[in-house]
Design a protein around this ligand. Structure first.
Ligand code: ADP
Ligand code: MG
Length: 490
């Protein structure tokens, strides 16, 4: 593993990595905005080169900065590395565990890129630890594929799309708050993250926070428990724009609503942008106190309805294009006839069919499509020839449910499970869950560390190997794992 390896480097190796980084940055600066380079790569280090894997490792100081860099520089960072180092190598992004001598590998990008003193002032805040700290704190489940350019606008979502775009381009001045709502699976999270993404790119010096409401609630409850609400409020002070996804989850949580009301008022009076998503309009948010509901609606409220048949076909086609796959138009027609109100399910159907295709000698057939629809819970009208049990698509509980069940089992909260706490039983529960996420849910390491806040790549690798070891030697762990893995398979 790479932890602390910088300590072991001799000065020659450090110098080499430093020079390579300089060359990469200079190469990148021929095509990328210099201020963005400084904002997002000032603390990105070329930390190692693995010749066996043909990989150049670039380490970042936190997941927010890393996700942004991935998104902003896309292929250009890899291409810069390939140009100045070796065209056969790829780039691996990774979060660094804290180690002491990393700064030896950095050089001042201001000087390197000759940025004018006046510009320096504008870009400075991203270098401040305050911002890093905030982004470390506000866990961000960031999906770089949620962007405006791959959000399909159709007649029924045109209004919400345009409103979102207007706020993304002119935050603080367009509509405040913006409240977008529609049913599950129709792109709320996609649109919210697209807005977040665009504001961040245009305003690298501002702090823009995207929070699922469940995370906000967990944080508030934790702060109440630890009696440090004021420090939570101070964190919000430094936020310039706040996006809260699925605000309907505030229902029934009276105390949380009261605290959020204060946060909202503060944002609103300072004209700081707020954007909400919800699965229903403000007036239908029962069990949310009326004064809060009214405030949600004082800016712009935009809704969306499900796509029509032609749009559903267009969505399927554009998703296939992204995956670089094809499916016969008649088969797409069958899917679009049945799945009428949920884009996520349209995507699932395509994923299901690609998996089938990957394991089969034949092209996708009508039978495959009907089997897929049935698996998704639809009642397709075609007489059944297929045997659903062949498909090995036994329904699984989702991972969130397992996490909740495990938390109950140990009498701890989900927030504690995801937190940094090192109490033994919390750590064990968390590590078993990471193992289950990998083994039963086939989640990538990246997804796992993003799920458990504040963890990094190395911590997840460690957790998984630790549980593998303990499953051979520790009876308690064996027993608990047995129970949890059965839950996961029910
Ligand atoms: P919600 O948050 O409303 O439940 P999501 O934003 O998670 O829905 O969307 C579910 C899936 O469908 C995502 O993968 C998203 O990219 C896709 N999706 C939804 N609406 C659109 C759209 N208009 N254009 C492209 N993809 C979409
Ligand atoms: Mg969502």
């Amino acid at each position: 593993m790479l932890i602390d390896i910088v300590d072991q480097y001799d000065s020659e190796k450090k110098q080499y990595l430093k020079e390579l980084r300089t060359k990469v940055i200079l190469q990148l600066s021929t095509q990328q905005d210099h201020k963005k380079i400084v904002a997002f790569l000032s603390k990105a280090w070329i930390i190692n080169i693995e010749d066996n894997e043909k990989k150049v490792y670039i380490w970042f100081s936190n997941d927010f900065i890393m996700a942004q860099a991935k998104n902003i520089f896309k292929k250009s960072l890899k291409e810069a590395v390939q140009t100045v180092y070796n065209p056969q190598y790829t780039v691996e992004y990774i979060i660094y565990p804290p180690f002491s001598n990393g700064n030896d590998l950095l050089i001042d990008l201001w000087e390197l890129l000759n940025i004018k003193a006046s510009d320096k002032k504008n870009t400075q805040p991203t270098e401040k630890s305050l911002k890093d700290e905030l982004y470390d704190y506000f866990w961000i489940l960031f999906d770089p594929s949620f962007r405006f350019d791959n959000f399909i606008a159709w007649s029924n979502n045109q209004f919400a799309y345009s409103a979102a775009k207007a706020v993304a381009e002119n935050p603080w001045t367009a509509y405040n708050p913006l409240f977008i709502y529609w049913n599950v699976g129709l792109g709320k999270t996609h649109l919210m993250q697209a807005i977040w993404n665009e504001i961040i790119q245009n305003n690298p010096d501002k702090v823009i926070v995207y929070l699922p409401a469940t995370k906000l609630i967990d944080e508030i409850i934790l702060a109440i428990k630890k009696q440090n609400l004021s420090s939570l409020m101070r964190k919000f002070d430094d936020v310039d724009a706040l996006l809260i996804d699925d605000i309907q989850f505030l229902a029934w949580k009276d105390k949380t609503q009261e605290i959020f009301h204060n946060i909202f008022n503060d944002f609103h009076s300072k004209k700081k942008q707020i954007i909400f998503s919800s699965d229903r309009p403000p007036r239908e948010l029962t069990e949310i106190e009326p004064r809060l509901k009214t405030r949600f609606a004082i800016g712009l409220v935009a809704d969306i309805k499900a796509p029509d048949y032609e749009t559903r076909i267009a969505i399927l086609q554009s998703k296939l294009e992204i995956k670089q796959e094809t499916i016969e138009p008649e088969l797409l027609g069958i899917i679009a006839q049945h799945i009428t109100s949920n884009v996520r399910e349209l995507e699932w159907a395509l994923n299901f069919l690609s998996t089938r295709k990957a394991f089969s000698w034949n092209e996708i057939s009508e039978d495959d499509v009907y089997a897929c629809l049935e698996t998704l819970g639809y009642n397709p009208s075609k007489p059944t020839k297929w045997n659903i049990n062949d498909l090995n698509t036994k329904s699984q509980k989702n991972f969130d449910t397992i996490v909740e069940m495990v938390a109950n089992y140990y009498s701890i909260s989900v927030a504690e499970l995801k937190s940094d706490s090192r109490k033994k039983e919390i750590t064990t529960a968390r590590q078993i869950l990471m193992y289950i996420a990998k083994k039963h849910f086939r989640r990538t390491l990246e997804k796992i560390w993003m799920y458990f806040w504040g963890k990094n790549h190395a911590a997840v690798i460690y957790a998984i190997s630790n549980i593998e070891k303990k499953l051979k030697s520790d009876e308690d762990v064996q027993q608990d794992y047995q129970i949890f893995s059965e839950w996961a398979q029910q």
